[in-house]
Write a protein that binds this ligand. Sequence first.
Ligand code: T3D
Length: 258
Amino acid sequence: MTILVETHADYRLITLNRPERLNALTVEMAEALSTALDAAEADKSCRALLITGAGRAFCAGQDLTAIVGIAPAEIGNLLDHYNPLIAKLRALPMPVVCAVNGVAAGAGANLALACDIVLAGEGASFVQAFARIGLIPDCGGTWFLPRLVGMARARALAMLAEPLPAATAAEWGMIWQVVADDRLMAEAHALAARLAGAATLGLALTKRALDAAETNDLDNQLELERDLQEEASASPDHTEGVRAFLEKRQPVFTGRRS
Ligand code: T3D
């Protein structure tokens, strides 16, 4: 099994599972991941996702043994499998936490950056390895990097292909937090559980608004916020949040849309 899916009370853990190849990606794996995302979305009790890698790495990017000697058109075909996966991950109507447990290279680094909140173990690193093999950062790399770290750092990361230690990635705002390696999964599970207990629709709409903000001007963004806020305010979780505040107690969110 190229990925493992573990169901918890109200979130799922997906583990990339080719540790002998540092979880390098194959088309089969991308398809399995895509199916797992669909299943998580279809399960109304699933309100958050956690993604990590088996073994000592998060993901070494494309499995290079699978692309030796293939025609350029085939590379394009390969990305026809990966691109929808990145888009689906980004649009998933629930928070996605990534626990980067070791090196995240090439498409593996950008898979991590596509997630909503990225935690990394202190031994982890991010490598835009593409330049080493004459390729460009794909799986959203050229989109995520400049937005997260600014164009100067994005260019150097992409062109030098040097490993960026997790601590620097956090310092630069590329990821959320670095935690001790032996605490990573405990912290990541706690974060996923916390998000799974939050107002799911509000978080899903927040994701949409933040992504749209990357291309909208202020007027369009204000308009979008207005529409999405109307949708969020119709949710039972909004009613519960306000009631809990007024009653001076913790809210109990259900994640229901109506
Ligand atoms: O082509 C396209 O356009 C399609 C999309 C492409 C997107 C991409 O992701 S392109 C970038 C592909 N990834 C890379 O170039 C990274 C290649 N790997 C590395 O640079 C290093 O392995 C790491 C920096 C990730 C880790 O280094 P290290 O020293 O910790 O481990 P290692 O010894 O290099 O690797 C351990 C094993 O995993 C090794 O196998 P062996 O010798 O024990 O049998 C190595 O060959 C294998 N491995 C690592 N990465 C890949 C891989 N096997 C296949 N594909 C890999 N990407």
